[in-house]
Design a protein around this ligand. Structure first.
Ligand code: 2P0
Length: 352
């Protein structure tokens, strides 16, 4: 046996999730408690994802570190990352206090290494996959018994939307009503296998970093948008019920209509904020028109666009309509950077 201290290690991946009912607004900025519940589809592990390795060892010294896409991040001053690490450590310390034979990992320095296989902060939910993978990797390293739902409470404190990336398929983030956030967590509405022919086509309109970061944008909207209160109070709760039923019934037309309406409602409250927030650009709007053209040609809703805090489009459709949808989009938007190019298979329809 060599005398060098053991390195404990765990690796995991977490996929991106794309919301069909959007989270946009916090009622508590420290705990990351949302103004409304949201619902997303988790993409497959084979498409856009974060891969994270967490390790701990007595041979490590100093502060915990995170290397993201090859660059050292300043996690010491990131309250959100610190909140996640503190919570995970305290769960591990609980385990250690109950079982003296466990190594005291909770007291060791952590080294985290994370890679995204897609552009970071380009409105492709990188923080969602990133924090979900970070929490899962440390939970695995610490051999925590907590369920994905319980871990979602921790990931939520890193980035709100991250709580939804700890589960596959169709995932709701219930806003909850408690002040301490203990009921603000993710819940699987249906597994991916429930609707296996649903596809998400991702158009990488731009891989640039987004102009207004989500956290700041949300606060501007909550403080200034005159339309937002109606969205939070009336519009989203009703839509959420409708889309959950559409998912259970595999009713694509209703699923698609609500997805597009909710994306538009989110971008409407952004535009209604002051100063106004613009995430979509002319190419995004051309993608919307292309989807409308595909639907007109089909005589029904066969494709549904949705846009997050950036110009990139995600287009949901059923596998049987892949050629029709891809054909219309290609004919209308042949110049989209990344289409069949830079991002390879990532812009092909992804299984999830
Ligand atoms: C969503 N977005 O539901 C919405 C739609 C962007 C538009 O969740 O401040 O990065 O870290 O909690 O989770 C992006 O916001 O914000 C987001 P924080 P997050 O996916």
């Amino acid at each position: 046996m060599s005398g060098s201290p053991q390195i404990y290690r765990a690796s995991t991946t977490a996929p991106v999730n794309i919301a069909v009912i959007k989270y946009w607004g916090k009622r508590d900025t420290t705990l990351n408690l949302p103004t409304n519940s949201s619902l997303s589809v988790t993409l497959s592990q084979n498409s856009l994802r974060a891969h994270t390795t967490a390790s701990a060892s007595e041979s490590y010294s100093g502060d915990d570190t995170l290397i993201l896409n090859g660059e050292q991040e300043d996690i010491k001053s990131s309250k959100r990352t610190q909140a996640c690490l503190k919570h995970l450590r305290s769960l591990r310390a609980d385990l250690e206090s109950k079982n003296a034979s466990l190594p005291n990992l909770s007291q060791l320095t952590l080294r985290l290494v994370s890679e995204n296989n897609f552009p970071t902060a380009a409105g492709l939910a990188s923080s969602a996959a990133g924090f979900a993978a970070l929490v899962r990797a440390i939970a695995d390293l610490y051999e925590l018994p907590q369920s994905p739902e319980e871990l979602s409470l921790i990931a939520r404190q890193g980035s709100g939307s991250a709580c939804r990336s700890l589960m596959g398929g169709f995932v709701a983030w219930r806003a909850g009503t408690k002040e301490d956030g203990s009921d603000s967590k993710a819940e699987e509405v249906a597994p991916a296998s429930h609707w296996p022919d649903l596809r998400a086509l991702i158009l990488v309109v731009s891989a640039e970093k987004k102009g207004v970061p989500s956290t700041a944008g949300m606060q501007t909207t909550v403080e200034t948008s005159t339309l937002a209160p109606a969205r939070f109070r009336d519009i989203v709760p009703k839509r959420l019920q409708e889309i959950e039923k559409a998912i259970h019934d595999k009713d694509f037309e209703t699923f698609g209509r609500i997805t597009m309406q909710d994306s538009n409602s989110f971008h409407a409250i952004c535009l209604d904020s002051w100063p106004p927030i613009h995430y979509m650009n002319d190419v995004s709007r051309a993608a919307m028109s292309a989807v409308e053209t595909a639907n007109r040609k089909a005589g029904k809703i066969i494709a549904a666009y949705t846009f997050d805090a950036g110009p990139n489009a995600v287009i949901y459709h059923l596998e049987e309509h892949t050629h029709l949808v891809a054909g219309v989009i290609k004919s209308i938007l042949p110049w989209i950077p990344g289409w069949e190019g830079e991002f390879g298979e990532k812009i092909q329809p992804n299984e999830f």
